[in-house]
Design a binder for this molecule. Sequence first.
Ligand SMILES: Cc1ncc(COP(=O)(O)O)c(C=O)c1O
Length: 443
Amino acid sequence: MSDVNIAGYGDNLTVNGICIGDLSPAEHEAIEKEKGGRNYRPLENVVVSHVQDSSTLVCRKPDPQDITAYIEEELVDGLCCYSAVNQGQLNQTIVDAVVHHLTKEKIPTVPRSIRHKYMSAFLLAATSITGMDRVVPKVAGVEAPELMFKLSRRWGYRIKGIPKNEAIIVAAKGNFHGRSMTAISMSDDPDAREDFGPYVPGIELVPFNDINALLDLFEKKGDRIAAYLVEPIQGEAGVIVPDDDYWKQVSALCKKYNVLLAMDEVQTGFARTGANFAHQLFGVKPDLMGCGKAAGGGILPVSFVAGRDDVIGLLTPGSEGSTFGGYPLASVVSTYAIKVMVDGSLSEKAHTRGTQLMTHFSNMKLEFPDKIKEVRGMGLLTAFEMHDNENLNGHNVSLKLLDRGVYAKETHHSTVRIAPALTINADQIDYIAEAIRDVVKNL
Ligand SMILES: Cc1ncc(COP(=O)(O)O)c(C=O)c1O
């Protein structure tokens, strides 16, 4: 049996005699590479230490005079943890709720087999903000599409009358719904799928934003299709915004063929795109909706599925559950994540700051047409795509932005997504845009 010795807090946190505050960026990288899963490719030579304000990270970089040591620098956060921190880092209202909960209320972690008083608050807030009949709390983002997948199949068999084990879930090409077996079975990204088969059966893919392809599939197999499970705007694919009328047409088709519209709003929800939930921008209402990321206010992993009574109502004890889904602290945090979104008018902020950023991007495209192929965005979910050219490399851009005090990350070889906290101020947007312009100019 081996032993482990752990002591201290913050920079003094020490494990087996190694104090984390003493480690250089290279030493952190070496430990991750040796002991971690190697399933990420973080930016080199930078380690986040703490936050300065709602959109500023304090990072450690190698000391140019002595690479065994580090210096600290501020970075404007252009990604906000892939939209998990829409409310801004350490949002004070949410932090106050957490501190109050843990120190004054003192409610322990309890399972769903005994009621706790905060679940009611969460359910009231979440059904109210989503305009849905029922809500089921979960933990990780991927659990939301996972549950929508299960619910759609059960609804397909029990209500639509699809023959047993023949239900089809339709997904869109280029989708991203997470990393579970179901999510990668829906994916067409070879990196996500390779050597993880056999995949979950009963999935058909259609091109995103192609109403005729969907119609064609519905005509051929509509009697066995339970749901179209899809992101309203594809985030990981590089912020792909569909045509204005796409969702209205999809919604009408789904009604005609009795197919559920299940929207994955894990990335687009919680005010990111300029509405509380992106589907509202397109004038449609899904039958099921999955949220995650900012549903936990940037503090805790919280996700949930909201939806129609006749679909979520099909769940029975034993058919679904999660130890930490909706436990007391998560219920409080998510209730406050909703409160901050509403009281802080975050959707309006996303719209205003998003318009400001997109104006910069459009100007950049005009200035460098040989480098910038397209700029896309909705609210503060934005991206610029460069032409397909070896020099115009998104990872390279991310590294160069780091030198100019901005944290951003490519989504694909030539696309960089910018999605800062919705609390970001106008000067910080200008700062990010100017840094990007400078980097692109010098590519
Ligand atoms: C649309 C969408 N669904 C699901 C997920 C998975 O969320 P998580 O990584 O929290 O499991 C993501 C993550 O980026 C996402 O963008």
